[in-house]
Structures are given as structure tokens and as C-alpha cells.
Design a protein around this ligand. Structure first.
Ligand SMILES: [Zn+2]
Length: 268
């Protein structure tokens, strides 16, 4: 059953907070490469579903030790610092189930599939989520680590569907950056595309995003998220549904397959 209640955002526009059918019995597992991908990537999705009681999990494959220190610590301390930053950010976003692996930051693409794919597959199987989320095959930013993770997670997901069809996760989503953001972000590294199938509107939870960003003190932000248009856009996340295969039709407004469809009028 879909229950909508009106709320005000920013004093100038009205939108609807959608109570979809997600419950505490549902779970979403995100798989990303670096600490901060959750906070700069799709923090609104994390916050929205965590507030509905959904079990939120995050598997991050590296400790981000190859990043910039931004004057926060010595380079050799960065892995430890970023691990703490990740845990702090997850507390803000409502992610209670965090797993951090220690693969080399910047070196994922050199890892052989046969070494890591079974481990990711086993992790997903043990976590047993309803929904798996990772980057689009372009890595969203084109980062080689992101592209590697997207490929592994997608392969692992489909292996599970073949091996244990009744117990495998039900849905796989790739996060992408929509074309309409091109002029807004002015970032040449982002890969913009228009084949999204699913839009998650997290504007009902505007404050967690900046708090989560602030946790990642060692990572300098490329985009000024305090700008009004940029801030609002970062609260709406776009995905391509990979599984079940998208057959067309109105865009989804939910990662759990609610029949509610999103009204895109005015969406950033
Ligand atoms: Zn990253």
C-alpha cells in the first residue's frame, strides 16, 4: 500500500514523501570501492531507506589509502583515517552493517576475477539482501576501481540468480549520473547518461547528506554542494535497473518494486 503525505521542501516547492512498502524485513546492500563513495554518491537513498527501517549494508573494497590527505594526516595514516571517516558517515546515513576490505586503492583493475569474484559472491550470498546496488558499468566517474567493482558485483549477482534462484537477491541496480546534471556539476569526469529506469527522491531528508560529507574531512570535495541547485540535485538519485530486466514504461520510484511511479515534474 502506498501512503503519500505532503511536505514542504525549501519553502518554495511541494513534493511528496512516499511511504513505500519497504520494511524492516527488507535489506539493501551497496558495494563500492572507496570510503566516501556512499556519501558523495547516493546519500539520499541511504537515508531514505534507513529511515523506513530497511537494513542497510555497505561493502567497501578498499580503505582509500591512495587518496589525498587534505592536510588531515600523514599519507601512511590515511587508510586508518578513512576507515574512521567511513564509520562516522555511515552512522549519519543509518548504515549499521559496514564491511571494509583491504584491497589496494587504485589497483582493483589488476586483480584477477578468479581471486575476487567468488569472495564477492559469497559475501552477497551471506548478507542475503533483497536489493544490490553498485555503480553503472562506466563507474559513474570513470574511475577504474569503480568500473572493476561494477563488473564484479554484476557478475556475482547473476551467478547467484543462476545457482540459487529462490534465495538470490531480487533486484540489481546501477547508480548513474543523468544528462541533466551536466551543466550543473560542470565535471568532465562524470559519465552522463539518460537510460535511467528508477529515481529515488530523498529530498525529505536534506540534512544527512552534508553531515555525511563533513565526516570525510580528508577528501576534498570537487563540487560545491552548498549551492542551492547543486544541493537539491544531490538528494535525488538515478539508477538503471539491471535485474529484473527493464521492459520499459514509467520510471520507478522505489528500489523494491512498488507500483508507485515517480512524478518527474520539477525533479532536479
Ligand atoms: Zn570512489
Amino acid at each position: 500500500m502506498v501512503i503519500c503525505k505532503p511536505c514542504l521542501f525549501g519553502g518554495s516547492s511541494t513534493h511528496f514523501f512516499v511511504m513505500n512498502k519497504a520494511t524492516s524485513q527488507h535489506s539493501i546492500l551497496h558495494v563500492y570501492a572507496h570510503p566516501d563513495d556512499e556519501s558523495f554518491g547516493n546519500p539520499a537513498t541511504f537515508t531514505l531507506y534507513a529511515n523506513q527501517g530497511v537494513r542497510m549494508g555497505l561493502l567497501t573494497l578498499t580503505r582509500g589509502e591512495a587518496g589525498l590527505t587534505n592536510g588531515v594526516c600523514r599519507p601512511d595514516e590515511l587508510g586508518d583515517v578513512r576507515e574512521k571517516e567511513l564509520k562516522d558517515a555511515c552512522r549519519v546515513l543509518g548504515v549499521k552493517d559496514i564491511t571494509l576490505w583491504n584491497y589496494p586503492d587504485g589497483g582493483l583493475k589488476s586483480i584477477d576475477d578468479s581471486r575476487i569474484l567468488p569472495r564477492i559472491e559469497e559475501f552477497i550470498r551471506n548478507f542475503s539482501p533483497d536489493v544490490v546496488v553498485t555503480y553503472g558499468e562506466d563507474g559513474v566517474t570513470g574511475h577504474p576501481d569503480h568500473i572493476a567493482v561494477s563488473g564484479w558485483v554484476t557478475k556475482a549477482f547473476h551467478r547467484l540468480v543462476r545457482k540459487i534462484p529462490d534465495a538470490a537477491p531480487k533486484r540489481l541496480y546501477h547508480r548513474i549520473s543523468p544528462v541533466k546534471r551536466r551543466g550543473l556539476y560542470n565535471r568532465s569526469d562524470l559519465v552522463y547518461r539518460d537510460d535511467y529506469t528508477t529515481i529515488i527522491d530523498g529530498r525529505s531528508f536534506p540534512h544527512a547528506r552534508l553531515k555525511a560529507h563533513e565526516c570525510h574531512r580528508s577528501q576534498k570535495q570537487v563540487t560545491d554542494y552548498t549551492q542551492p541547485g547543486v544541493f537539491e540535485a544531490g538528494l535525488v538519485d538515478y539508477y538503471v535497473r539491471q535485474y529484473p530486466v527493464w521492459r520499459g514504461g514509467p520510471h520507478e520510484a522505489d528500489l523494491f518494486g512498488d507500483s508507485h511511479h515517480v512524478d518527474e515534474t520539477g525533479l532536479p
